[in-house]
Design a protein around this ligand. Structure first.
Ligand SMILES: Nc1ncnc2c1ncn2[C@@H]1O[C@H](COP(=O)(O)OP(=O)(O)OP(=O)(O)O)[C@@H](O)[C@H]1O
Length: 273
């Protein structure tokens, strides 16, 4: 059988932070890999280390406060020894991040087109006109209406769902191999949530990108993920195929998480007056 192509491979990732007691572990011994065109869901309670893990992958943690050990391979290329300048080239272009709060990703005093064109031109040799064309086509691809006029708007003039789509469009315009989506739908209402998830899934299918999807919401995870890693206290305690995990959770913490899912409690007959 042909060997699956790994877009992202993480092994033995440890992060420590400086504290009065010395170096304190934040995440320990993280291992996972994501194949091209597939989605790994990363779940766990608040503070368990999901964002620290992602920031460590992208080398966004402050090296004066934290130390990171382990191996991170992107399309087979080891990232851990690279210089900051090389990492800057990789971030956004080969591995991109969609953040939780789209509003904070844009500078409020500039039209959104400025952010779009700056990102494209930082990573490509396209002219401003070509970058603009790419911005418009990327926005069309995520079903944003009238992209040319949207590019002239300021962030506060767009709804949360639209801004999230703009962020996805910016992210996708450079066709990264890996996308880290950190709670991409938390700030959205359910209709927009579904739209954004569908968009991510379409881009995964059409462009074969690998997605690391971080969410508290097991509903979101079950919509999109092929595999799920469950984190607790800085460690991955269980990793399994999504159906296996939902049907036969092994670790007590996974069982607890699944048990804590909101259920519809409306079986009682209606009150008759
Ligand atoms: N720069 C830092 N210095 C010290 N501690 C930190 C730092 N960044 C994060 N932490 C701590 O590391 C732990 C993990 O934080 P992290 O943000 O990764 O959690 P999370 O799982 O993403 O939570 P949430 O779901 O709420 O976003 C927390 O206890 C947090 O306080």
């Amino acid at each position: 059988m042909e060997k699956a192509y790994k877009a992202l491979e993480v092994s033995g990732l440890h992060v420590h932070v400086k504290s009065k007691q010395g170096m304190t572990p934040l995440v320990r011994n993280i291992h996972f890999e994501i194949e091209r065109g597939s989605v790994l869901g990363l779940v766990g309670e608040s503070g368990c280390g999901k964002s620290v893990t992602c920031n460590a992958l992208l080398r966004l943690l402050d090296p004066r406060q934290t130390s990171v050990e382990g191996s991170v391979k992107l399309n087979g290329r080891e990232l851990s020894g690279l210089h900051e300048e090389e990492m800057r080239q990789i971030r956004g272009k080969e591995i991109a991040m969609i953040m939780q709060n789209p509003m904070s990703a844009f500078t409020p005093v500039y039209p959104i087109g400025d952010a779009f064109i700056e990102t494209i031109r930082t990573h490509t040799r396209l002219t401003k006109k070509q970058a603009l064309e790419l911005a418009v086509s990327s926005m069309e691809a995520v079903n944003l209406p009238d992209p040319a006029s949207l590019l002239n708007k300021y962030p506060f003039q767009l709804s949360g769902g639209m801004l999230q789509r703009v962020m996805i469009a910016i992210c996708m315009s450079l066709r990264p191999a890996v996308v880290i989506a950190d709670e991409p739908t938390t700030a959205l209402d359910v209709v927009n949530q579904l739209g954004v998830l569908k968009e991510l899934d379409r881009l995964r299918v059409e462009h074969g990108m690998a997605i690391l999807l971080i969410s508290h919401d097991l509903g979101v995870i079950s919509e999109l993920a092929d595999e799920v890693a469950v984190m607790q206290h800085g460690e991955i305690v269980e990793r399994a195929d999504v159906f296996q995990l939902f049907d036969h959770p092994k670790h007590p913490y996974t069982q607890k998480l699944l048990h804590a899912r909101p259920k519809l409690i409306r079986n009682e007959p209606k009150y008759n007056r």
